[in-house]
Design a protein around this ligand. Sequence first.
Ligand SMILES: C[S@@+](CC[C@H](N)C(=O)[O-])C[C@H]1O[C@@H](n2cnc3c(N)ncnc32)[C@H](O)[C@@H]1O
Length: 255
Amino acid sequence: MTETTSTFDATAPSFDQYRALPPGVPEAIRTAIFRGVHQQMRVLDLGAGTGRIGKPFVAANDAYVGLDSSWAMLREFLASSPAACLLQSDGQQLPFADGAFDVVMLMQVLSGAQDWKALLLEVRRVLRPGGVVVEGHTTTPPAGVDAQLKRRLSEILREMGVAWHEPQKARRESLAWLEVSAGHRSQVRAASWIAERTPQEFLVRHRTGARFAALPAAVQEEALQKLSVWAEATFGPLDKPYSEEHAFELEIFEF
Ligand SMILES: C[S@@+](CC[C@H](N)C(=O)[O-])C[C@H]1O[C@@H](n2cnc3c(N)ncnc32)[C@H](O)[C@@H]1O
């Protein structure tokens, strides 16, 4: 692996601390992907990151390759999973032959992809005919603490004149594109759990978000200060915990 820069480099050391999935959830995701499959599948985990979801595949000795443009994210993966087959590369120029994989996983990648169309064209190229693309993401209730704070933060940044991408728009558009070219689309809820959230945790965690952390420090401070005032007026004490149901959902496209 070579050291190049990515917006995820800064967030890599704290990614697992703030964004870990509950025990058993990564294993449930693997089980859901392989349900009904009896032969070994060649799996590409594009945007594998710190291995939050890839580690059970490595532990089970699957034909798994984790690829990411961030060397720092992969270094975290390798530190806890030395047997992992990992590659640093841009997903828009994959170093694989046509049809090299049976399954390509895109876990929490499309919403932040710089050019989702270029990425998906490469995904299609390395997928064998009849192969499967699995997109995965965490869902939270629209009225929950995390979702409300995320929406309000986007509004604040827009009011401040900050060019802020719309993650859900990119995800929606890319899934629609996949649906048009796929033969079949299905949705699977791989796991759900009750998460305890406080507004304070969101404020702390968001500082470490890859795109937010790339904004100028003064912009980050002003936005979080405004969000903190709004959160206190909306939720009361910032350390008050709220229970909400989170889930990990898969969109499965068969080609
Ligand atoms: C939100 S993280 C998710 C990591 C992992 N899939 C997970 O769910 O824990 C998104 C990852 O996608 C990677 N990524 C984004 N665009 C990429 C691209 N064009 N090529 C390769 N990796 C990319 C980032 O570097 C980052 O590690």
